[in-house]
Design a protein around this ligand. Structure first.
Ligand SMILES: [Zn+2]
Ligand SMILES: [Zn+2]
Length: 252
């Protein structure tokens, strides 16, 4: 009933206050109920799909691969998580939207971004097996500064949509690390060592955890979140992010 009512009000609001598409330069009004990206722009977002992908980190390779293909990065330096999958590439217009969502309080973009995240989780992971969804935590200093954890907002909405529990307290960030985006791969790993901890192992033990974040770059953050979860007895850790970036995506 609540979901029906909320759909009704969202449709009524769309009629009363039509929204211009959130993609810069698009003059259309959003025709997706309760959303800010129009269907034409949504369909042309840079989806993270190609001929083949690494079965572990989900990195794309341009050739067809067998389902258990593992990329060189994962072979040489295996990540702690079992799988990571993303919805779109971190480039125009997704990068601007994520930056606005993350740093400029544009949390109204949440449902559009979760449309992407949910699509990737349903298509690329055996999501029925997931027990609990956890956002990558922010350190409390950063949380105070920003006022919200963008990954927690994504995790809450995704959990509702795929009918899973969200746990925002069992995994915490114990060290206020520098911005990862400005660091090289090696520096990222050093910067994150011991930065995360599990506060309630009993809530983690035996559970298959889906870690949610907005962007995955080297996977170092997700790997460092995974270790304490596995140490606490998690049955497995999978990861899903809206976007996939490379280190050069942040060259600016
Ligand atoms: Zn548009
Ligand atoms: Zn890989």
């Amino acid at each position: 009933m609540a979901a029906l009512l909320s759909r009704f009000f969202s449709r009524a609001a769309d009629i009363l206050w039509p929204r211009t598409c959130a993609v810069e330069g698009c003059p259309r009004v959003s025709d997706r109920p309760g959303r800010h990206i129009c269907s034409t722009c949504f369909a042309s977002l840079p989806f993270h799909e190609a001929g083949g992908a690494c079965s572990v980190c989900g990195a794309l390779v341009m050739a067809e691969t067998h389902h258990s293909f593992v990329c060189e990065t994962c072979r040489l330096d295996p990540p702690a998580f079992e799988f990571a999958r993303s919805a779109v590439f971190y480039r125009e217009p997704v990068d601007r939207m994520i930056m606005a969502f993350k740093y400029r309080k544009s949390t109204w973009l949440c449902e559009d971004l979760v449309d992407l995240l949910e699509g990737a989780v349903r298509a690329k992971l055996a999501f029925h097996d997931i027990d609990v969804i956890m956002p990558v935590p922010l350190h409390q200093n950063r949380l105070r500064e920003r006022g919200y954890n963008q990954s927690a907002i994504l995790a809450r909405s995704l959990a509702k949509r795929i009918n899973r529990r969200v746990d925002e307290t069992s995994l915490v960030r114990t060290r206020d690390t520098e911005h990862q985006a400005r660091l090289s791969g090696d520096e990222r790993r050093k910067n994150l060592k011991g930065a995360f901890a599990v506060t309630s192992p009993s809530l983690v033990r035996g559970r298959l955890v889906l870690l949610v974040d907005d962007i995955m770059t080297s996977g170092a953050t997700l790997s460092h979140c995974t270790r304490p979860l596995l140490d606490a007895g998690a049955a497995g850790v999978w990861c899903a992010t809206v976007a996939r970036a490379t280190l050069t995506s942040f060259a600016w």
